[in-house]
Ligand binder design. Structure first.
Ligand code: G6P
Length: 609
């Protein structure tokens, strides 16, 4: 999703801007651009290709400057074409006075566009961003900082913007409301960016702007005012941001690498866990866990499915009521709040706009006990929640989440055990046994990864299909959902998941010889029921692809393909089964030749609603 970098310096800033864009590439984008102040004029370069192409374009044009802004765009308003790419100019010609980049969505853009058109502004893009750019130009009063403070009052919606002006060569002004933005402080130079990672290697002195903040960046100052125009001091943090995408090593794609990293990152996520204690979730967790009598999980995408899995664990082991809600639904629906709720957000990035908004919504309803399971310790989600468990998946580059999911599950299982302990539902023996199983997870996952050759053989069949069904029961139903999501995201095969018991209530009508039906069949109490569902599929000619456990008595036969997972893993079984489904999606996509790490239309970090 959109990324912003901006700089004011006394050196050519182009390499910092381009490097920043490269570090933001992981979010997903479809065009990119840079604008610089060059000899009293605004100049820019934009591309609908990758940042490396933009870099050579900039090199060919010898574009250099001391002040500039840059952007990666993930299209919302208007197609991903060059004239919609940021930075936008106003006026949009040689005489450009204002340059602006934006992340977010301006909801009143139609109204503002009409107003600006009536004033004679000519629009050359379909974006809501161009509206802000012309608005700033229209309101410009000789002081860009003051102008932007006035202009943002006219905007409804979410934005992070960075803007500079021909008349004020050593100044970049930036503002945020609903979209992330940070300030990076240097020696006689200052920066702004969507996240600290974009500035890794340039500065680690970071200020996280708060909602409504507007910042005036000059060579020797970064002056911040809040939404009411009052000067504010925000804490400067030393942030050791990851230096971006790790090397691919022997892997073809980041997704493949990330799937194979899972034994290690699960180990990292559990490192230091010597026993179950509320302290794992931060200071004050013990009191909070004692007060709460129910859990509300809020998340999006893959993180939502980890929440769904946790519901089965929390209700069965801790005996605590647990609801799981899709953040974008929860934030807008009327719900019945309960003050003794532990609100748990789950997020890989910690910046997902809907999840952040759902968290704020829950708080506004009086639910103040908040905890996040998050992969980025410096993210807005961690800053907003009172308690946190940081998963240690490391930087996840593949848009389709893999290792973030399994580390979330590991963290959520720890939460389950902790809630169980607080509620006297966890005997010391059970605690020791569960912890032993958790510590063995890296080995158990490695054994699932060793099934890759068998899964590759299935992937060849799947690559020729256009539809697939995934079935699971109980806590493996969310895993079926995640398997279907992985397949559709990266191979573009239409895939749906159902709780196997629902098969006869609709999806069975789709089953023909052309329909592969992936079944997650661990050797648990529901296995016999599941076998009946499988019969229903076979009786209609459907092709079954079954992930069974080592000890389940299901054998391959006509139309029935079976891969056995090496161990039956009880409550933690979803963590193993999902790894097999990740490999199936990956190899199917590979066989279809799609862009596995950057699937079409999708973004890694979804910072707009
Ligand atoms: C996007 C990503 C998914 C992710 C979802 C939620 O859709 O492509 O992989 O699950 O956002 O993101 P979060 O960072 O909040 O987990």
């Amino acid at each position: 999703m959109c990324g912003i970098v901006g700089a004011v310096a006394q050196r050519n800033i182009t390499p910092v801007l381009v490097e920043g864009l490269k570090r933001l590439e992981y979010r997903g984008y479809d065009s990119c651009g840079v604008a610089l102040h060059v000899d009293g004029k605004l100049q820019r370069s934009r591309s609908t290709s990758r940042v490396v192409d933009l870099e050579s374009q900039i090199g060919d044009a010898s574009l250099q400057g001391f002040t500039g802004i840059a952007h990666t765009r993930w299209a919302t308003h208007g197609a991903p074409v060059s004239h919609n790419a940021h930075p936008h100019f106003s006026p949009n010609d040689e005489a450009a006075r204002i340059a602006l980049v934006h992340n977010g969505i301006i909801e009143n853009h139609d109204e503002l566009r009409d107003e600006l058109r009536a004033l004679g502004y000519v629009f050359t893009s379909q974006t809501d961003t161009e509206v802000i750019c012309h608005l700033v130009d229209h309101m410009y009063n000789g002081d860009l900082f003051d102008t932007v403070q006035q202009a943002v009052k006219r905007l409804h919606g979410a934005y992070a913007i960075a803007v500079f002006c021909r008349e004020e060569p050593h100044r970049v002004v930036a503002a945020r409301q609903g979209s992330p933005l940070i300030v990076g402080l240097g020696e006689g130079e200052n920066f702004v960016a969507s996240d600290a990672m974009a500035l890794a290697g340039t500065t680690n002195q970071i200020i996280y702007l708060e909602e409504g903040d507007v910042v005036d960046l000059q060579l020797a100052r970064a002056w911040i005012v809040d939404a009411d125009g009052r000067a504010v001091t925000r804490e400067v943090k030393t942030v050791h941001a990851h230096t971006g995408a790790a090397e691919l090593g022997p892997y073809r794609h980041y997704m493949q690498k990330e799937i194979f990293e899972q034994p290690r990152v699960i180990g990292d996520t559990l490192e230091g866990v010597t026993g179950i204690t509320p302290d794992l979730f931060g200071e004050g967790a013990a009191e909070v866990f004692k007060k709460v009598d129910r859990v509300l999980i809020l998340a999006c995408g893959t993180s939502y499915y980890s929440g769904m899995t946790a519901k089965y664990w929390i209700e069965s082991v801790a005996k605590v009521q647990c609801n799981v809600e899709i953040a974008s639904e929860y934030r807008y629906r009327d719900s019945v709040p309960h003050p003794n709720t532990l609100v748990v957000t789950i997020s890989q990035s910690g910046e997902t706009a809907d999840t952040l908004a759902a968290l704020k919504h829950a708080r506004s309803l009086g639910m103040l006990h908040t905890l996040t399971i998050c992969n980025v310790s410096t993210s807005a989600m961690v800053r907003e929640c009172a308690l946190a468990y940081i998963t240690r998946a490391g930087v996840e580059v593949g848009v389709a989440s893999t290792k973030a999911f399994t580390t979330q599950l590991a963290a959520l299982f720890l939460l389950t055990l902790t809630l169980a302990q607080v509620n006297d539902k966890l005997s010391p023996d059970a605690e020791a046994e569960f912890l032993k199983e958790m510590r063995h997870l890296p080995v158990a996952i490695a054994a699932v990864l060793a099934l890759e050759p068998q899964i590759m053989a299935w992937a060849d069949d799947f690559a020729r299909k256009e539809n697939a069904l995934f079935l699971g029961r109980g806590m493996h139903y969310p895993i079926a959902l995640e398997g279907a999501l992985k397949l559709k995201e990266i191979s573009y095969i239409h895939a749906e998941a159902y709780p196997a018991g629902e098969l006869k209530h609709g999806p069975l009508a789709l089953v023909t010889e052309e329909m592969p039906v992936v079944t997650i069949a661990p050797n648990d109490a529901l296995l016999e029921k599941l076998k009946s569902n499988m019969q229903e599929v076979r009786a209609r000619g459907g092709q079954l692809y079954v992930f069974a456990d080592v000890d389940s008595r299901i054998t391959s036969g006509e139309g029935l393909h079976v891969i056995r997972l090496p161990e039956h893993y009880g409550l933690l079984s979803p963590i193993l089964h999902v790894v097999a489904l990740q490999l199936l999606a990956y190899h199917t996509a590979l066989a279809r030749g799609t862009d596995v790490d950057k699937p079409r239309n999708l973004a890694k970090s979804v910072t707009v609603e």
